[in-house]
Design a protein around this ligand. Sequence first.
Ligand code: ADP
Ligand code: CA
Length: 416
Amino acid sequence: MRPRVVLVGQLSYFPPVFDSACRAGIDLILVPRSDDPITPARLPAPVVELLPLPIATDPDAALDLLAQRHNREPFDGVMAGNEKVVQFVARAAARLGLVGLTDEAAAVVRDKALMRARLLAAGLTIPDFVVLAGPDRWRDALRLRFPLVVKPTNGYSSLGVVRIDRPDQLAAAVARVHALATARLAEGRPVEVLVEEYLDGVELTAESIAHQGTVRVCGVSYKSDMPGPYFEETMMRAPTRLPADVVTAVEHEVVAAHVAFGVTDGTTHTELRLLADGTPVLLEMAARLGGAGVMHHVIHAATGIDVAAEALRVHMGHSPEYWTKPPARRGHGAAFSVPVGPGGRVARVRGLDGLRDDPRVDYVIGNMVHPGDVLEPYPNWSAYPGIVLSHHDSDADATAFHHYLARNVRVEYEPA
Ligand code: ADP
Ligand code: CA
C-alpha cells in the first residue's frame, strides 16, 4: 500500500505541495481549512480522503477524531499545512506515536517573544526587545533604540507588523497592534505585543529540513526590500547573489536557531536580516513549509531539492533523500505576490491570466480573491490577491520578470 500522510490545513488551491506528494508517491489525507472551498468531488490528485476536524473550535475533540481515524486504518505521518495548526499537529503526532515536534518546541516557534528569549539564551545575535502584556505598558519600550518594530507575538503574514521611527508614535502603535492582535489572533489567550529594534539590512529566508536532530538548509532566498512602515512581501528569489561565506554564515545561524528552539524534525521556514557588517540576525522561524509551499517552489526551482516531498518523508520517519543524493542545481526560482495596495472593494485582479502561457511560469495561484471582496490594506492584511511562481535562467531574468509583474499585475478596486 502507498504511504499516507495527514496534511492539516493546507489550502487545496496551492498546488506545489500536492505535486510534490505525487512525485514522491505519497497519498494525502487532507484536513481542510474551514475557509477552503474544497469539495470531495474536486480533490487535488494525491488527496485520497478529506477529513474535516474542528481544530479551531474544539481541539480535544479534533484530536480524538484523528486518533479514531488512525485506529481504524493507521497513516504514516501528520504534517502542518499552516501556522495556526503547528501546535495541534505536534500534539497529534505525540499522541499517535508519529514524527513531530515536542509540545515545547511547537509552543516556542508559535511565540516570537519565546523565540527571542531562546536566541538570547543561546548567545545568538538578536535586536533588543521588550514584551508588553498590554497597551498601557508602552513606556517600557522607550528604552529601546529607534526605529522600532511593533508586532503581535503570535502573528503571520506581517499582519499587524508596524515600524515606527519616533517615541511620540509608540503609544498609538502599541495600542493599534494590540487591538488588531486581540481581534484577529487571540486564540483564546491574552495577546502580547513585541517591540524590538529595527534591523536595517536585506531580508533573507531559509528553507530547512530537520531529521532526528540534524538540520540542513535546503536553500536561501532573497526578499525584495521592505523598509516599512508595513511589511507586505511581494518578491522572493533564489539563489541569492550573496558570497558563499555569507550564505554559510546564514546557514550556521539557522541551524543554531533550530537547536535553540528544540526543532528536531520536519521542515522550517526561517526569516533573517543581514546587517551591513554581514551578521545574519533571525527575525522568526515557522515550523512548516514557507508560504504554504511557495518557498518550496522557489528553492525547488533553484536547487532541485524537493523540499515539500522531503518534509513529507521526514514526517513518515524516513531520512531526507537529498542528504545522500544531492540533486543537480537547476537554476533560479521566483515568487511574486500581487500587492494588496490601498485596499477596498475588489473590481478585478488585472494581469494574471496572460501569464499562464509564459514558459517561465509554473503556477498562477489566482482564485483567492473575487470581485466584490473587500481587502484590507497592510498592516490589517486579510488575503493574498494572487501569487505567480516561476523559474528562470538567471537572477537578472527573474528580477526583470518581477519588475514586469510589479508594473502589470494589480488589484483594481471599485471607486470609493
Ligand atoms: P510575521 O510572522 O507577521 O511575518 P515577522 O516578525 O516576520 O512577523 O515580521 C514581518 C516582517 O516585518 C518581516 O518580514 C520584516 O520585513 C519586518 N520586520 C519584523 N521585525 C523586524 C525587525 N526587528 N527589523 C526589521 N524588520 C522587521
Ligand atoms: Ca514572517
